[in-house]
Design a protein around this ligand. Sequence first.
Ligand code: AHG
Ligand code: MN
Ligand code: MN
Ligand code: MN
Length: 315
Amino acid sequence: MTDLARWLSAQTQDDTLAGVILSMAGAGAEIAGVLQQAPIAGQTGPAGATNVQGEAQKALDIISNDIVLNHLRQNPHVSILVSEELDEAVEMSSQGGFIVATDPLDGSSNLDVNVTVGTIFSVLPAAGGPLQAGRVQCAAGYVAYGPATSLVVRIAGDTSVFTLDGAGTWRLTLAAARVPEATGEFAINTARERFWDAATRGYVHESVAGETGAAGKRYNMRWVGSMVADIHRILMRGGIFLYPLDSETAAKGGRLRLLYEANPMAWLMEGAGGRSSTGRQDILDVAPTAIHQRVPVILGSAEEVRRVEDWYRRG
Ligand code: AHG
Ligand code: MN
Ligand code: MN
Ligand code: MN
């Protein structure tokens, strides 16, 4: 029995849930192979189409979406698929017990510069439909296509990390990820400062002031521009990721998507002792009203997320 299969059998008695995770892991392994050859195959460019998000789709956005569709269509336990790249939710199996929401290729603006990208997925109980709060997720995970190909997954317990070996097997490389409570590293797109609200501005300025300011400690800054890459760094060594509400994204509710970016990452963070917030409420408590709904995302080291929430409480 492989590491992933053994881990799944220890984490859940529900073989159908385990099967959905295995389907997404299979899709990830296939996407990894495609990405590694993409520059040779000339696939790193635009698709010439625009998705429901209003983004210019990359060819690999569509290829990755098709690979996820193919793997999930072979699984009778998936009732609905919600995807960043599909305008509407897709009906899959009529007897499926689970809904999958996916960002088939996250960070795709980085494809032509060979930076880590990923596939993110959230698994919900089918009974409540796609618009359920993240708190009720059955599982969540992502595949990070980096120097190594990592699968990060959580059902209800620990958030664990697997690495794809040369034979295409997922090997357990970290049984329980733990996000350090405190951090000195923040991740935000500082080019957006002119759009920030007072809370974001206050927090970032206090952090940049380092030991000379109220924070009383030195900070470092990292921003990859690929959520999976930034989150994986935070999951492995701590940090805080911020894509907060700002004056430009406010009309849409934020930049990042609730069902297939914020909720799965919040679920994984919770499993590793991290914290997730919109700034004003726990991301996992946000009640979705639309499948492509956007939310502000602040997540990572719990003490640091609380520091940002304190800035929001100051009004
Ligand atoms: P996607 O490629 O799935 O559309 O997601 C891109 C997101 C996320 O990965 C990243 O954190 C964010 O876009 C970066 O936004 P900026 O380009 O505004 O920094
Ligand atoms: Mn996109
Ligand atoms: Mn994304
Ligand atoms: Mn995407």
